[in-house]
Design a protein around this ligand. Sequence first.
Ligand SMILES: [Zn+2]
Length: 713
Amino acid sequence: MKKRIIKSLGVFALVAGLQANSQEQNQATNTMDNILLAEWSGPYAGVPAFDKMKVELVKPAMLKAMDAHLAEIDKITQNPEPATFANTIVPFEDSGDLLSRVFTYYGIFSSNISSPEFREVQRELSPKISEYSSKISQNTALFERIKTVYENSQENPLPAPDQRVIDLIYEEFAMEGANLNKEDKARYAEINKELSGLYTKFSNNVLAEEENYIVYLTEDQLSGLTESYIKAAASTAEANGESGKYAVTNTRSSMDPFLTYSDERELREQVWRNYYSRGDNNDEFDNNEVIKKILKLRDERVELLGYDNFAQWRLQNRMAKNPENAMELMEAVWPAALARVEEEVKDMQAVADREGANITIKPWDYRYYAEKVRKEKYDLDSEEVKQYLELGNLTQALFFTAGELFNFDFKPVEEGSVPVFHEDVKVWEVTDKDSGELIGLWYLDPFARQGKRSGAWATTYRSYSELEGAKPVLASNNSNFIKPAPGEPVLVSWDDAETFFHEFGHALHFLAADIKYPTLNSGVRDYTEFQSQLLERWLSTDKVINRYLKHHETGEVIPDELVAKIKKAATFNQGFATTEFLASALMDMKYHTTDPEKIEPKQFEKETLDALGMPDEIVMRHRSPHFGHVFSGEGYATGYYGYLWADVLTSDASEAFAEAPGGFYDATLAKKLVKYLFAPRNAMDPAEAYRKFRGRDAKIDALMRDRGFPVPN
Ligand SMILES: [Zn+2]
């Protein structure tokens, strides 16, 4: 339910519910002058009052807004008239606006400007949000009305957008057990509660294992490591009371560069073993029993709903539709990845032999020798590349791309006319280039700061839907670039520039929305990364290169040889990357399509990988006892394949542009791109939308070419 309740704001963790106490309810009603509850005012049909929000206003506003939404739902269920689309689905879709606005502020506090005070508010609110959420998802009277509308629509189909919205709503309720009898419903809720405890236990165990296995290096064990790594390792050691030593922590960000650069083979093995044994050390933090319990409970839960296995239940509303389709894709790519690993190992063994190392390549040698091969073959200096990637130029490159493909024009708003939550945040007005029609606003929060979550992401403060008055979209992008000294340029890596385009792709997906009902804005897990991944491809188009990838001092365009090197380097080490990913994705699917009574995780993992022919030199990217995507929650359970699924679409669609008469700027294809792949969001079945864009289903051939693999016949 959460994606509709909290309109447009994505995943929201569900936790066990608690009773709200009456004192807080009193507090919640005393909110007359809480600015977070006010209608948005000012230009652009109203914008959030980011300049006036305060942490202490969040909790009373959230409580009030959740109550208000539940009251709206009550009004729907108390209607004495028989349920119809107009008296049930329309008001349901139209409800929750106040909460959606308050949640915008909540999102900014949690992601952009968090603080200990806010985390306390989050802790207090989390059970209330969960309780509120179940009051909707388990509302029998509401579901009965939805079911009536749905069943009537099976006899007398509704117009397309109405039918799509009732299908999605009904399906979502049904998948969460709304159709069960009282007894089964109770068991269902019990299972969920048990699972939520096991998910927390799983992730806490992994966390403990990350904290408990730190390798401390001495001065003479630093050979090969970079200056910045050594510095960070020294300060971590000092923080842990081990002054004068260097800490290699048991996390990916510490392990990966250590295995890539350290010349100390025995230490590499130790660091590797610590990392890939997390949750598998036969002690109090061992996760193997936790996995067994999780799998059994998931299986029992979907059995209540009449499904054979968890994967079947989970994938029904994904683009892949069923586990067989997902497996088919993975099995098609797998042999090519294995063949490439063999070549990569051969290349690396040759380097080791030439250096007289007298070793056979082991998993803890892979990254180390791959780096040596990379240097030999590609000789790419990332510092040199950075000189041509200046943030201001890249931002203009985004606008140029959006102008060419979407016919959007970006103009900075007058300073101070739109409130922001930090002085670094800048806002642009987005209009149609020809008609001048207002599309929305684009907020950019570019720099890292204390209290801001890491990485890069996109979000909306207000999404588009006809039902809610077709107001301008308020979209935002958020990054963590290092803020430069005044007057200094921000230079970014090629990867970061790609990510900048990626997140802008999400923003364009929000801005281009043309749909009738809010639910049609919702995302489909194996599809929503496709649009953003596709947009990354415009970074290396000639027009963007020639206009925007210029040296920050000389203005010289990035040299062709450098671009060629970057593109060539993209296929490097794809055997390793694809194999470690696929091994995890395949295991994820096998775990959820096999009878859990027959699963002993340790043994099951080994036997399954043996049967697949997993190479000795590589291990799963996430081994089962620390596979948090799958066992710390349900977000990616039987969903890990989704990255590859979206990649297939990305490569295939990108080839359509490469082959079009106007290339990546082909006007006809750009129109189709907007019309079928961006504007409909979830108003059209993704597979059908893709077919309309491409004239056929996606094929894996382009992905194979992109990764430098042979294309199957
Ligand atoms: Zn993304």
